[in-house]
Design a protein around this ligand. Structure first.
Ligand SMILES: Cc1cc2nc3c(=O)[nH]c(=O)nc-3n(C[C@H](O)[C@H](O)[C@H](O)COP(=O)(O)OP(=O)(O)OC[C@H]3O[C@@H](n4cnc5c(N)ncnc54)[C@H](O)[C@@H]3O)c2cc1C
Length: 511
């Protein structure tokens, strides 16, 4: 009898997984497969940090599937080749998977798989992922469609899978020819850990979220830290949305009984906006899968005419710019694979406005550092933070001011830049201003132990912003921006002035 195949992609979970449940209810034997595709490994945004994380999550999934009677084969092979091999030995009737929102290569691969399935009489059933709407024609309708999707009932794992075992071998990083990269404070992989992380955020860590999210140290504790789980699909966005709403209902009840739950409610309300942004940004790549190659607004990008200065790129990418807070953020990201939103935006802004580096190269570099790399969010954010959409206000961060605001005494800086350990607090954000005698006393001679600032921060930022606005001038550029808005812009109603000011202060009004 023919078998069903569940093709796990970025949905490494058994909870809330319709392809898995429907396959197990089909009455057929079910083979589950997860692929590390060679074509993907060749992509410039791919990094061993992503592959090892997914492998570890897939190994967890395999354990969970085994408990249900199933199994998971993890193969290092292209999709068509893997399916053709399985089909030649056991006829496949149906392949089930979630829709994937990726860059050009996965988009093209899916088209090839669709053709191959058709040719071989195999039904490939794709299921919607999170709040991304495939084939969306009109952005005006996106929010209501996404909200409807988020309200659908959560699905339990199948009670029993009539598993069809394929192979047992697990490709190791060594077999894949990939070098392991040590990641400090690496999260625990898999679905169980994802559920625990959500739970601990909603009941313990999240109370200060709204106020703590912008500082790189506080954010490590008070942000949800769900991003690597969401990008590997260890937890569904619907689950995150529904559990958050349920927790908020509970907190409102407590408030009506006289308990002070205001901080919690404010924080979770901010969190709700952000989890909606997840899907809002991914929808952009879904509608335009070339965002990693061509800017949303190519005309403005062309007008900007940024140049890849290799020395500047190296200093930026290695955290050796001579701006302490910036360097600490970059080094922390390289070591841990994560940094909070505000600091990601600052890394991009410094590259784009101060150093005038092209977004494609800096975006690729950051993609390879993020454990949570999610192409849809990433390339949309890279576009926005580099000023190449034409529809967002230009946000150029002062790295010194960010440091003073979020790390006033320099504890974060010192934890990542040992060269600055002995620099007095008053110079920690601008060590180049230290008199020579203090440089010697602090074992930090500028230009020897720690670099001079790569460029003057204030003047280059000002000039970068001026040139970016200049690139947006003219009827042609405005027309191009209007097209971008029609295709990708948020239809959120304008907020009132007081609220807008508050949002702006927190730099959170993003779209
Ligand atoms: C240049 C740049 C690149 C980025 N690349 C990625 C990426 O590759 N993968 C990724 O998951 N996020 C990316 N982000 C968005 C954001 O920084 C991360 O989602 C967030 O820092 C992850 O930590 P968290 O899960 O603790 O976030 P929380 O603040 O707890 O938010 C919960 C979830 O909401 C979503 N979210 C939060 N902020 C944003 C945002 N600004 N835009 C879209 N979704 C958001 C994410 O899914 C996140 O996991 C990028 C931001 C910038 C400025």
């Amino acid at each position: 009898m023919a078998i069903e195949v569940v093709w796990f992609k970025r949905d490494l979970r058994t909870y809330d997984n319709p392809p898995l449940v429907e396959a197990s209810e089909s009455g057929k034997q079910v083979a589950c497969i997860f692929l590390i595709e060679p074509e993907r490994l060749d992509q410039p945004d791919s990094d061993p940090i992503h592959i090892e994380w997914e492998l570890d999550c897939a190994i967890e999934l395999r354990r969970e599937l085994k408990n249900l009677g199933g199994s998971l084969e993890i193969r290092n092979e292209g999709a068509i080749s893997a399916f053709a091999d399985i089909h030649s030995k056991n006829v496949i009737s149906t392949i089930r998977s979630h829709e994937e929102t990726g860059t050009g290569w996965s988009f093209d691969r899916d088209k090839r798989v669709r053709r191959w399935c058709r040719k071989n009489g195999i039904d490939w059933v794709e299921y919607p992922s999170n709040g991304v709407i495939r084939g969306l024609r009109n952005r005006d309708k996106w929010k209501s469609s996404r909200d409807r999707r988020m309200r659908l009932e959560l699905i339990d794992p199948p009670r029993q899978i009539n598993g069809f075992p394929l192979g047992n071998a697990i490709p190791t990083m060594e077999l894949l020819g990939l070098e392991r990269r040590d990641v400090l404070h690496r999260p625990k992989p898999g679905q169980e850990a994802a559920i625990e992380t959500l739970e601990s955020f909603l009941t313990v860590r999240g109370e200060s979220y709204r106020w703590a999210m912008s500082g790189p140290s506080q954010a490590t504790i008070h942000c949800s830290r769900l991003s690597p789980y969401l990008s590997a699909g260890c937890i569904s966005m619907r689950r995150v949305v529904q559990k958050t709403s349920a927790r908020m209902r509970h907190l409102r009840e407590k408030r009506s009984e006289g308990q002070d739950t205001e901080r919690w409610l404010k924080s979770l309300s901010s969190f709700q906006s952000r989890i909606a942004w997840h899907c809002h940004f991914m929808q952009k790549l879904e509608n335009e899968p070339t965002l990693d190659i061509t800017a949303q607004n190519p005309l403005i990008d062309n007008n900007l005419n940024r140049e890849l200065d290799h020395l500047k790129f190296e200093a930026w990418s290695e955290g050796r710019t001579g701006w302490p807070f910036f360097d600490a953020c970059m080094r922390s990201l390289i070591a841990t694979g994560w940094i909070n939103f505000r600091m990601r935006a600052m890394l991009m802004s410094a590259a784009s406005y101060n150093l005038w580096l092209p977004w494609r190269e800096t975006g690729l570099y950051l993609a390879r550092q993020f454990l949570d790399y999610e192409p849809g969010i990433h390339w949309s954010q890279v576009g926005m933070q580099s000023g190449t959409t034409g529809i967002n206000s230009v946000r150029a961060y002062s790295v010194t001011k960010q440091g003073r605001d979020h790390d006033p005494k320099g504890a974060f800086i010192r934890s990542w830049i040992p060269e600055l350990n002995r620099v007095p607090d008053e110079y920690i954000h601008e060590p180049w201003k230290m008199p020579a005698s203090i440089q010697t006393e602090s074992d930090c001679v500028i230009g020897v132990d720690y670099p001079h600032p790569i460029v003057d921060e204030a003047s280059t930022r000002k000039e970068g912003v001026r040139m970016t606005y200049a690139a947006r001038r003219g009827d042609e550029a405005r027309e191009a921006s209007k097209r971008v808005y029609d295709k990708h812009g948020s239809r959120r109603r304008p907020v009132n002035r007081k609220r807008a000011k508050e949002l702006d202060k927190n730099q959170t009004k993003l779209f």
